[in-house]
Design a protein around this ligand. Structure first.
Ligand SMILES: O=P(O)(O)OC[C@H]1O[C@H](O[C@H]2O[C@H](CO)[C@@H](O)[C@H](O)[C@H]2O)[C@H](O)[C@@H](O)[C@@H]1O
Length: 872
């Protein structure tokens, strides 16, 4: 059998076909786990062995084809999976959950020679050097799967989880973040410009964005192998935003069928508020993401090769002999035993069939093979066994059993023989990404032409149109379809099989089409994009801890709160209030909110709740010092006669622009068009700016500014940058003298040694510019930098994408990431809350060089010493 050779595919996509795209010719695939089990039969065995793991054969064939038959250099990055020691008599499900040290000793923590040895065995078995195992060795080895399998998988299959206080889920989430970070660091280390990074499935939803943060121009594709739920279901996941954000680091996100793609697009729109730029395109973080469906196929030539040969012929013969006495028809089902594959529905339909068609009772048997599933449910198992004993009891006799149920994993050869021997294939899943059994069944029926009944909820229903498509919840309809299928005449069966056979997608064609579409969609980078680095959060935390005089300068809208349609609704969340409270409790910290908002809004929602906050309203016209109740009006002497004229102009534009409105603050006037038709709003905003520039700006000391869906007029004597300069150059903790110009030089040792400045829109650029000037000034004065950080501790941070034009040095994507970062500083949020922190993990998944990492290393070293002493 090993002599199988792939037929060459004409015109398989080549990197050299696309010279202008500057491809490197390498594909870096990231998938859940390597296709090998690392094991020992006995803990006393010196060496670890590996064996091939069943499953994911379609995708592995795609990798194998790319590796062996194409011009691409194909790499696979995958977790090692759980290591096993068999003689411990532990079931796999118990492994990792057992905290007993005597059962779980240091054997699972390998030294570098062991790992090298295993890696070389894996490479040999894989017949390639390009497989890169990701080591995450922990006592509890299954921790890396829990969030994906207990939270994502059920939600994606419409299974609501039971309500909980969320503590366990939070721990799973941290592990999920670490799992994705571990992949990110390995892929990032291997990446070269022009590589195609192809991420697979729901265990790695954060990975695209983690890589994107590091390589803004990388080509990243994501393929979801399981279904994607409606936004109504998806939104129930507490981490919905982080999961979508993670995927939106891809250039292309693909699904098994169009409805999954549609659900994803609608989730991005409804949950994140992102703009769809076409029926299958989304604009997020400055990146255009193509969303499509591309049903995965199977390795047709290889399956034919494995199905039609002498060995299988004889197995088919044996099966017929064993089951098909008296010419009984054989219905075949093969599913994993969980709540989504519809085994219960299948049995109920079969019972209905036997009831409805008594003449068929002695003429049909159902062979159902149910293999184990990670989402195994004891309830389903019990239902299945009760149904089977009822049906067999009611319709069976001593020499005739209607249902033969095998709850086991069967060998590949037996599986193919079973598919060949069938007179009918029956698939009744209630939710499924792509059911490869359906495809394999069609191939196995190439010469026998037995029909297929397929659930309309299976991903294949959109592909295998010539199957008998049924609703598995309607047992009468399924029973009728069984009857109809078993009574089809030969010519009809032949026609159906021919059409079905033609519609089975081949994995090679799928791979070719996927890569071709991806490459053709990629926009060529003209090298003009300047990208801002993502904020290094562990570094920031480290710096924060060592600083003595910390100053925080926060913009409000779009920075601390997300942008919403109604300005009055953009009130602070309780999480924000809580974090600001904790930050301001630390005497080393001074916190300022520097906003375009008016005094009344800031006082009501921030000042009255936390008097320790310094507030600057209307871009610096009004100031309230930290720990002070008095507001100072810096604009009291300014001529305001322009206000009425501006308001009159705004009124005209409100009439011309349905949905637009005027926000009257004490000094500044803002014209909002967020609720108008976006095109009309933008068009009229441009005209309004022109008119204000001509009629108002030349005659008054005012500035006309454009913000986020707004136009604003305010006095030009002060701006956010000027406020920042005063705060940064003041003696840390001294009261502010707002209405006097302060150019007094303070002792450098009294100035802040840690400055975080966050803002999202154009007015915040004044703050970033000012900080950059301060930095240059301190540089020129040769002030001493922090030894460890080699800078003055100044962090100007843009809240937005890496591709936005800004003078800030770093970026965070959105207000959620801002809160997570501030929460990290006050110890409210774990470093593992979200990805993107450039975490360096050790090979056990602890933060590199952390206390936990050292502790774990020490324990293993001492266990090893202890063991070798015992041996002596
Ligand atoms: O300096 P900021 O704190 O960022 O304030 C700038 C302006 O923010 C507000 O408008 C913006 O946010 C609204 C709520 O999300 C949104 O509806 C509007 O479209 C945005 O332009 C505020 O209303 C203005 O007064 C501020 O100048």
């Amino acid at each position: 059998m090993s002599s199988f050779k792939y037929p060459k595919i004409e015109n398989f996509v080549k990197p050299s076909d696309y010279k202008d795209k500057k491809l490197s010719g390498r594909i870096l695939n990231a998938f859940t786990n390597i296709p090998y089990q690392i094991y020992k039969n006995d803990s006393n065995e010196e060496e670890w062995s590996i064996k091939h793991l069943p499953g994911n054969s379609a995708l592995l064939s795609s990798f194998s084809y790319l590796e062996k038959e194409s011009e691409w250099e194909n790499h696979l990055f995958a977790w090692t999976g759980e290591l096993e020691i068999y003689n411990r008599n532990l079931q796999k499900s118990e492994l990792g959950q057992n905290q007993n040290q005597s059962q779980f000793d240091e054997s699972f923590y390998l030294n570098s020679e062991d790992k090298e040895d295993i890696e070389s065995k894996i490479k040999k078995a894989h017949e390639s050097e390009n497989i890169h195992p990701i080591w995450l060795l922990r006592k509890d080895q299954q921790r890396w799967r829990r969030y994906a399998e207990n939270c994502i998988w059920p939600a994606f299959h419409y299974i609501m989880s039971t309500p909980s206080d969320g503590r366990e889920e939070t721990q799973w989430w941290y592990d999920y973040v670490k799992f994705n970070e571990a992949y990110a660091s390995k892929v990032i280390a291997a990446y070269k410009p022009g590589d195609i990074i192809w991420v697979h499935d729901y265990y790695l939803l954060l990975l695209p964005q983690l890589i994107r943060m590091q390589f803004p121009n990388a080509i990243i594709a994501f393929f979801m192998h399981c279904p994607f739920p409606s936004s109504e279901y998806f939104r129930a996941l507490p981490k919905r935003q982080q999961l979508l954000d993670g995927l939106l680091g891809s250039n292309k996100v693909s699904f098994q069928n169009p409805s999954f793609a549609r659900h994803f697009l609608s989730s991005c729109k409804r949950i994140l508020g992102f703009e769809l730029t076409g029926p299958s395109q989304i604009l997020a973080y400055g990146l255009t993401i193509n969303v499509d469906s591309n049903p995965i196929g199977i390795d047709v030539p290889k399956i034919e090769y494995d199905t039609f040969n002498k060995e299988i012929d004889s197995k088919v013969f044996d099966l017929k002999l064993a089951y098909s006495n008296n010419n009984k028809k054989i219905i075949v089902g093969r599913d994993r035993l969980d709540s989504v594959r519809g085994v219960v529905q299948k049995l109920q339909a079969f019972e209905t069939f036997l009831e409805m068609y008594p003449e068929m009772r002695d003429k049909v048997i159902l062979i159902q093979v149910s293999s184990p599933s990670f989402s195994h449910s004891a309830k389903i198992e019990q239902q299945v066994s009760e149904l089977i004993s009822n049906i067999n009891g009611k319709y069976g006799s001593l020499n005739s059993i209607p249902i033969h149920h095998y709850q086991m994993r069967i060998a590949k050869e037996e599986y193919f023989a079973l598919l060949r021997v069938a007179d009918l294939g029956l698939i009744t899943s209630v939710r499924d990404g792509m059911n490869t059994t359906a495809f394999e069944y069609v191939i196995a029926q190439k010469y026998n032409h037995s029909p297929l009944i397929l659930s309309e909820f299976s991903g294949n229903a959109d592909v295998l149109h010539d199957a008998l498509i049924v609703n598995p919840w309607d047992s009468v309809a399924v029973a009728k379809a069984i009857y109809e299928s078993l009574n089809l005449d030969e010519s009809r069966k032949q026609i159906m099989e021919k059409l079905l056979y033609k519609s089975v997608p081949s994995i090679q064609q799928w791979t070719n089409d996927y890569l071709t579409n991806l490459i053709e969609e990629i926009e060529i980078d003209d090298g003009k994009r300047k990208l801002t680095s993502v904020l290094d959060r562990p570094l920031l935390l480290d710096h924060y801890k060592q600083a003595h005089r910390r100053l925080f300068l926060f913009d409000y809208d779009g920075t601390l709160t997300p942008i919403v349609k109604d300005p009055a609704a953009a009130i602070p969340s309780s999480r924000l209030i809580n974090i600001l409270g904790k930050l301001s409790e630390d005497p080393k910290n001074l916190i300022w909110i520097i906003s375009g908002r008016d005094q009344a809004f800031l006082e009501k929602w921030l000042g009255s709740i936390n008097p320790k906050l310094g507030l600057s309203a209307e871009h610096g016209c009004f100031m309230k010092d930290v720990n002070n109740q008095e507001w100072v009006n810096l604009a009291s002497e300014v001529d305001m006669s322009w206000q009425q004229k501006v308001e009159d102009i705004y009124n005209e534009y409100n009439i011309k622009t349905p949905g637009a409105s005027t926000e009257k603050k004490k000094v500044a006037l803002t014209w909002h068009y967020r609720r108008s038709d976006p095109e009309l709003g933008e068009f009229n905003a441009e005209k309004l700016v022109q008119e204000l520039q001509e009629k108002i700006a030349p005659h008054y000391d005012v500035e006309v500014m454009t913000g986020k869906a707004n136009v604003e007029v305010r006095p030009s004597f002060v701006n956010k940058g000027e406020i920042v300069r005063r705060l940064v150059c003041a003696k840390h903790g001294s009261p502010q003298v707002h209405n006097q110009s302060t150019n007094k030089e303070n002792d450098f040792e009294e100035l802040p040694d840690f400055i975080v400045c966050l803002g999202d829109d154009s007015t915040d650029e004044d703050m970033f510019n000012k900080l950059n000037d301060v930095e240059k000034d301190w540089e020129s004065k040769a002030y001493s930098k922090h030894e460890k950080f080699e800078n003055f501790g100044i962090y100007p941070i843009k809240v937005g994408t890496a591709s936005q034009v800004t003078n800030a040095k770093f970026h965070l994507n959105n207000p959620t990431q801002v809160l997570e970062t501030l929460g990290l500083l006050v110890g409210d949020v774990s470093i593992f809350e979200t990805g993107g922190s450039k975490l360096e993990l050790d090979d056990r998944g602890h933060l590199k060089d952390s206390l936990a990492s050292k502790k774990s290393r020490d324990i293993i070293a001492s266990l090893r010493r202890h063991k070798s002493e015992i041996k002596k």
